[in-house]
Design a protein around this ligand. Structure first.
Ligand code: ADP
Length: 271
């Protein structure tokens, strides 16, 4: 009988190792299995191997050992553009000489889609990120947040089953970042897209994800839903990393016995 868990997995890393110099392993014996539609965040300090995992999944790097499978099939020999993966990276990487609509048309042209069908898909993707009125602009004529939305629309326009995002909101201010966090998770769930999201920001990981893989030194230290990471960190690294920067911001309005009433953006929290 087939192993049910193996057939249900959409993205799989099995005993994956990666070395860039033939000596040091920057990814060490990594195992990960994601069901279709999951929003998984790789969270960890800089240099812990998150981007390398994403690059291997995208096809820009090859695993030194182990297998990576997509929908049950090994992807080692499939070139990046044939993997059907949407990608959003920190620098957006929109084509500067093309308009917004042309930027979105590009992945569709590559796939041989005809002009009228392209137009429909582009309109739908731009409307989805509320950029419908900006198709004729060039990237330089847009704000950082608008460029980010276009990058997101471009990653989604060909309706990929898997989207990879690497620190996509790093350059945005807090308010826009929070708005985009909400937008990205909403779209991913609405469209049933499987998402791997890389960040070093604990709050972002905990608010957006179905599950979080906490990375340190090339290994997953814990893989769990956000509430479980809080309630039952598996080791001291996870406990410390999850706790860092994850303090509430606000002013103490009142102290009663040992309880502080803290004002948070106009609402009260009791600590
Ligand atoms: P993270 O995304 O968690 O910051 P990375 O995957 O970027 O981690 O990096 C993991 C390790 O691999 C780091 O020590 C980094 O210097 C190294 N590394 C990343 N990319 C390359 C590369 N192209 N060539 C050599 N070393 C690399």
């Amino acid at each position: 009988m087939l192993d049910q868990s193996a057939t249900d997995a959409f993205v799989e890393f099995e005993r994956v190792q990666k070395s860039y110099d033939g000596e040091t392993l920057v990814v060490k014996d990594l195992n990960l299995s994601m069901p279709k539609g999951e929003f998984l965040t790789m969270l960890g300090p800089s240099g812990s191997g998150k981007t390398t995992c994403l690059m291997m999944l995208a096809g820009f790097e090859t695993a030194t050992h182990g297998d990576i499978r997509l929908a049950g099939k090994p992807i080692n020999n499939i070139p990046p553009h044939k993997r059907g993966i949407g990608m959003v990276f920190q620098n957006y990487a929109l084509f500067p000489h093309m308009t917004v609509a042309e930027n979105l048309a590009f992945p569709l042209e590559v796939r041989g889609m005809n002009a009228s069908e392209r137009e429909k898909k582009i309109k739908r993707a731009l409307d989805m990120v509320q950029m419908g009125a900006f198709g004729g602009r060039r990237p330089a004529q847009l704000s950082g947040g608008q460029q980010q939305r276009v990058a997101l629309a471009r990653a989604l326009v060909f309706e990929p089953e898997l989207v990879l995002m690497d620190e996509p909101l790093g350059a945005l201010d807090k308010q826009l970042r929070e708005h985009m966090q909400f937008e990205i998770t909403r779209l991913a769930h609405e469209l049933g897209i499987t998402t791997v999201y890389v960040t070093h920001d604990q709050t972002e990981a905990l608010t957006m994800s179905d599950r979080v893989a906490v990375f340190d030194d090339g290994r997953i230290q814990q893989l769990a839903p956000p509430d479980e990471l809080y309630e039952a960190p598996q080791n001291s690294f996870v406990a410390q990393f999850i706790g860092e920067n994850n303090t509430l911001e606000g002013v103490v309005a009142e102290l009663k016995d040992d309880i502080a009433i803290v004002k948070l953006d106009g609402s009260d929290a009791v600590i």
